[in-house]
Design a protein around this ligand. Structure first.
Ligand code: SF4
Ligand code: SF4
Length: 397
């Protein structure tokens, strides 16, 4: 996969330290905690920034985030790194955080150092016994800072298989408390568990109920690892995440920029592998390139790609069901008129509000969004508005 023309998010691992012990943590699944208790070396960080600047001349869009570990344990050094990224590239980075150290003072200081936003983890409020950051605290931060200079956004909420049946309750709770819905995903990476038939039925019911009630009111980001094609990741602006590790395990320090880009491109081919499914299926287009995590066997030795397929079909059908769209229905060649864009929703991306005349329906969206598009149905239009928008897209790795 070539970097040229892509929408690239560089994820710089600024530190291996963290003040939480999440049981689903995949970072410490890959790097034992005691071996990474340090922050990034200045020389390596500077090399990364230089490389990011170089990629700006190739990719169609480049953004940058700090991850870890927990970036906020770095204190003011994090803000110095943000200043450096901004000074060299003009990019305002965002920060993935567990939220434990996030408060009004930190957020205000971050705004002075070109941090565009904090993407704060949210735990399932119905299953939060082990959560260090309470639901109330994170929602309160969101309410106060969803439009600050360094704004607070919701990070990915992990929903366990046995909680699929309660997703609508969770969504209702968020909507009533702060008028926004966090992105949600399955437990993944090393802790992935194959969902049972009943759990898939629960998932289908919940997602179709959520879509039926909330599409067009709020951007919905449900299970983006399984259906990334509901986002505007069309062929011209596919968003991909490139992780820049805490130590120079890619050997980028001793390379020129072009050689370093070749290394990144090789890694991309492994991170987003080509998958050729031989089945006839409505949801095929989005299955052409999959994230590496679906290429792993499950702990019991079964194929995870089969689970991906079951989840994908369930979720895509649930979306269509929630939208009231019969995928088998004939489609009109006539495009419906451009819909109105809601502008009073704080969760809506600013760019889209300012750019209200640009219709995402003009994009060459892949399936299943394309299927929804082709249906001459204003109902589907507003749904697509709720489901797309690069600026509103959550960040996941
Ligand atoms: S906050 Fe993030 S890095 Fe820290 S333990 Fe939890 S998942 Fe892992
Ligand atoms: S959803 Fe499943 S059957 Fe359909 S194209 Fe993807 S992998 Fe194949």
């Amino acid at each position: 996969m070539k970097l040229d023309g892509l929408n690239v998010v560089f994820s710089i691992i600024g530190t291996g330290r963290c003040n939480c012990r999440c049981d689903y943590c995949h970072f410490y699944g890959r790097y034992p905690r005691e071996t990474v208790r340090f922050d990034i070396e200045p020389d390596l960080f500077n090399r990364y920034v230089h490389l990011i600047k170089h990629v700006q001349g190739k990719a169609s869009r480049v953004s940058c985030r700090f991850s870890g570990g927990e970036p906020l344990v770095m204190g003011n050094r994090l803000f110095m790194l943000s200043d450096k990224v901004h000074a060299e590239t003009g990019i305002e980075p965002f920060v993935l955080t567990n939220g434990l150290l996030l408060d009004d003072e930190v957020i205000e200081e971050a705004g002075r150092h070109h941090v565009s936003s904090f993407v704060a983890s949210v735990e399932n409020p119905l299953h939060s016994e082990n959560s260090l950051v309470s639901y109330e605290r994170i929602v309160s931060l969101y309410r106060r800072h969803s439009s600050s200079k360094a704004r607070v956004r919701f990070g990915m909420m992990v929903v366990r298989n046995d909680q699929f049946s309660r997703m609508k309750e969770i969504v209702d709770m968020f909507w009533s408390d702060c008028g926004a819905i966090p992105p949600m995903c399955e437990v993944n990476y090393g802790l992935f568990e194959s969902p049972s038939k009943d759990q898939l039925n629960d998932l289908r019911r919940s997602v179709s109920d959520i879509v039926r009630e909330y599409h067009g009111r709020c951007p919905l980001h449900l299970f983006p690892y399984v259906i990334p094609d509901l986002y505007p990741s069309n062929k011209r602006s596919q968003e991909i995440i490139i992780e820049l590790p805490l130590v120079d395990k890619l050997g980028l320090m001793g390379m020129d920029d072009d050689a370093a880009c070749s290394v990144l491109e090789e890694r991309l081919d492994r991170s987003y592998f080509v998958y050729e499914c031989d089945k006839e299926c409505a949801w095929k287009e989005g299955c052409g390139r999959l994230k590496w995590l679906w290429n792993k066997p499950n702990r019991d030795g079964t194929s995870r790609i089969d689970d991906y397929c079951r989840l994908r079909r369930t979720l895509c059908e649930a979306y269509a069901e929630g939208l009231g769209i019969d995928i088998g229905a004939s489609c009109s060649s006539e495009r419906p008129s451009k819909p109105d864009f809601p502008t009073n929703d704080p969760a809506m991306p600013i760019q889209r509000q300012a750019d209200g005349q640009h219709c995402p329906l003009d994009r060459d969206l892949p399936s299943p969004a394309n299927l929804l598009l082709r249906c001459s149905c204003p109902f589907a239009n507003s749904a697509i508005i709720g489901l797309t928008g690069a600026e509103s897209r959550p960040s996941y790795s």
